[in-house]
Write a protein that binds this ligand. Sequence first.
Ligand SMILES: Nc1ncnc2c1ncn2[C@@H]1O[C@H](COP(=O)(O)OP(=O)(O)O)[C@@H](O)[C@H]1O
Ligand SMILES: [Mg+2]
Length: 398
Amino acid sequence: MKTKDPRIIIFSGKGGVGKTTVSAATASLCAAQGFDTIVISIDIAHSLSDAFQLHSDLHNHNRGKPLKICEHLWMQEVDIQEELDHHWKEVSSYLAALLGSSGMTEVLAAELAIIPGMEDVISLLYINQYFIKKTYDVIIVDCPPTGESLRFIGMPSTLEWYINKIFKWQRNLFRVVRPIANKLVDAPIPEDSYFGAIHDLFLKLEGVDKILLNREITSIRLVTNAEKMVIRETQRAFMYFCLYGLVVDAIIVNRLFPMSLENGYLKDWLTAQKKNLNQIQEIFDPIPIRTINILKEEVIGLEKLSEMGRLIYGNEDPSKILHQETLYEIVENSDSYFLNMKLPFVQKDYVDLFKEKEDLVVRIGSFKRHVFLPRALLNRKPTQAKLENNVLSIKFAK
Ligand SMILES: Nc1ncnc2c1ncn2[C@@H]1O[C@H](COP(=O)(O)OP(=O)(O)O)[C@@H](O)[C@H]1O
Ligand SMILES: [Mg+2]
């Protein structure tokens, strides 16, 4: 039995930037350093097994369950259909019946009976269990593209809201009305076992929000490319993770063109890349930034993945927490919002604030930072800024 709490590292980023590859590379290196490591994919379009180059029959045999890849290393592609069929029969059969009663074919109803976000819930459930049982030293989560990762992260609070505000009265209400309603209403009324199954699910999820918010345990690593549109999405994701109170402990810039190509066909790409890398610095400083060049071929198979791991982390422990603070926090009082941001230095100077497109740009001396404004602040004017103990507090009147 392990004594130390597992470490959880969540990889998120735009589609196609290299999340799965970087997750698998990080996991391979953790395992090579002797940590029992599992990498879990919660993207419905799984590609972990391709990254590890697994034979499909081996993988099919084990669908949805942890699969050992080599010493200290496991992978798991959460299979939502399998989970619903085996563990949440009450939930899926009720939904299928409900959709079926709307005139849909049975096949389509079964397909649609997967509740949006269910894969997030199931993944959280596994993470919670592995954490509590200390099954692994390191749990690596390969997230779906950004928007869905944000939903994943928000899921514990959504569930808590649902259980407190909706679930209890709904269950009680159905207990009372079921006998009559069954005769009056066309649509099927859920059995109490349906609510029972959901209640069990909640019990198994209990505590997962605290685990994700614990900075000694969980951190997010954002994978990006040095391209404008990708950076924009990374910036947005970064702000939202901060607002949830989650720590981003590294930005991994993948697929850079090597500078040695500067005089050839890719010249213009390289000029833009340099500029964009500077911007990445301005956005994320002081969060550690790691870069990886585009490699000569696809990064497939354990050997290439471990090699990529070494390119990212060198001889460092990849499971180490690389940074422990969130940069932004929004505090609200009756008449204003305060956007508080940590700054990497102490020096007091003239603070210059201006809006550039949808960003707020903060300039203090030679320091400049681009801040993605969350929607609530976007159309408000910053009215005051105060710098104290390395925290710049910007007031936005309501
Ligand atoms: N640094 C790199 N050099 C070469 N190929 C890469 C690199 N990073 C990722 N790839 C390749 O790009 C493809 C997409 O990467 P993947 O990790 O699946 O992206 P995502 O999970 O973000 O959608 C894969 O074929 C992968 O092998
Ligand atoms: Mg992927």
